[in-house]
Ligand binder design. Structure first.
Ligand SMILES: C[S@@+](CC[C@H](N)C(=O)[O-])C[C@H]1O[C@@H](n2cnc3c(N)ncnc32)[C@H](O)[C@@H]1O
Length: 346
């Protein structure tokens, strides 16, 4: 497609995979050790590598686009993504199989229909089992009022913004056994939504996909405000103009119910994808247009904290995932940087 490679986040990873952070490259590792796995976690960058990355970014950060060109990328953003999906259909992004190791909240091991539990009334015989279910339900935020301990027997809603062709939605539908689960998902590319709905696994009883531009002033949603249990932002905020991110997060915040969780994963500053961008594609600091017109921003952890906490969220996780991906066939190494975070609406 373009001369700027569009590097998929999951490129080079095997699935299913262990949780990030588990496989560390031993100090002084030989090339044989290095190429013995596909990826290494928590890779430390030395100052020289950090400086090289900084220089690389400063060399691709001059803005040479005219104001009209920059406005066109903004005004036609959904058209560029439509074209992207017209070309790649559902073949580009890989299913996010790491979802359940990183975000177990998305498909908890929950196979039975929920029941009402009154812990104070439990008999000695069933107390242990019932307390285990109670812990599970607490983890799922099923308990409306912990002092009363009444379990809500209602649908559990996930809402994904920027769902693309369903690489997150379908693994959740496939993996989750929760009969109360319902997934809403949206994207501003009508082509992506059409492709998502053409998938044989699209089940209207468990999922509803719709077109929505998250930067719009008004969101026309097929569900009530404050009704969502889990909100997903995976590799979508980076595709949005940084000046509009605050607005998107404020609108997203309103959809979540109290106690609801937002899960986030996206590009980090100095990721390989940023270092590979050639000069002449910069739109604003750390924000670029690829040759195909789709745009990408590269975040720091501090920016993510600021964006979400200033919208009212409480931070539960914010980690920098620095991985060294290895192409064993070509004996290549690729340094990837992603940010993974969880925010709670208290
Ligand atoms: C990098 S793709 C990621 C897709 C999907 N989340 C995944 O991980 O496979 C970014 C997605 O965000 C969507 N997107 C970008 N800006 C958007 C906006 N303002 N409103 C809704 N969706 C948007 C694009 O159409 C695209 O499908």
């Amino acid at each position: 497609m373009s001369d700027i490679p569009y590097i998929d986040e999951a490129e080079g990873l095997e699935a299913p995979r262990p949780q990030f952070g588990g496989r560390e490259l031993p100090a002084g590792a030989t090339a044989k050790t290095l190429f013995s796995y596909n990826a290494w976690d928590n890779v430390q960058w030395n100052t020289e590598q950090e400086e090289l990355a900084r220089l690389r970014v400063s060399s691709n950060s001059n803005i040479t686009f005219s104001k009209e060109e920059i406005s066109n990328f903004e005004d036609s953003a959904n058209i560029f993504w439509d074209e992207f999906y017209n070309i790649h259909n559902n073949r580009f992004f890989k299913d996010r199989h790491w979802l359940f190791t990183e975000f177990p909240e998305l498909a908890p091991d929950y196979t039975e229909a929920p029941q009402r539990v009154y812990p104070n009334d439990l008999s000695a015989d069933n107390k242990e089992d019932a307390l285990i279910s109670l812990r599970k339900m607490e983890a799922l935020n099923l308990i409306e009022n912990p002092s009363v301990k009444v379990i809500k027997n209602e649908k559990r809603t996930i809402f994904e913004i920027g769902c693309g062709v369903g690489n997150t939605v379908y693994p959740i539908l496939e993996y989750s056994k929760d009969p109360r689960l319902f997934i809403y998902c949206c994207d501003f590319s009508s082509t992506a939504i059409s492709i998502l709905k053409e998938n044989k696994a699209y089940d209207q009883d468990r999922c509803h996909a719709f077109v929505l531009d998250a930067t719009a002033d008004d969101w026309n949603l097929p569900f009530d405000e404050e009704s969502v249990d889990i909100l997903i932002l995976i590799f979508v905020l980076s595709a949005i103009n940084p000046t509009k991110m605050t607005h998107v997060i404020a609108k997203a915040y309103k959809t979540l119910k109290k106690g609801g969780l937002l899960i986030f994963r996206d590009y980090g500053r100095y990721d390989l994808a940023q270092l590979r961008i050639k000069p002449g594609r910069c739109l604003a600091e750390n924000f670029y247009a690829r040759r195909d017109g789709t745009r990408v921003y590269f975040f720091t952890q501090e920016e993510i904290t600021e964006l979400f906490t200033s919208a009212g969220f409480t931070e539960e996780q914010n980690i920098m995932d620095r991985r060294l991906q290895v192409n064993r066939g070509k004996q290549l190494t690729m340094y990837r940087v992603w940010i993974q975070a969880k925010y709670r609406k208290i």
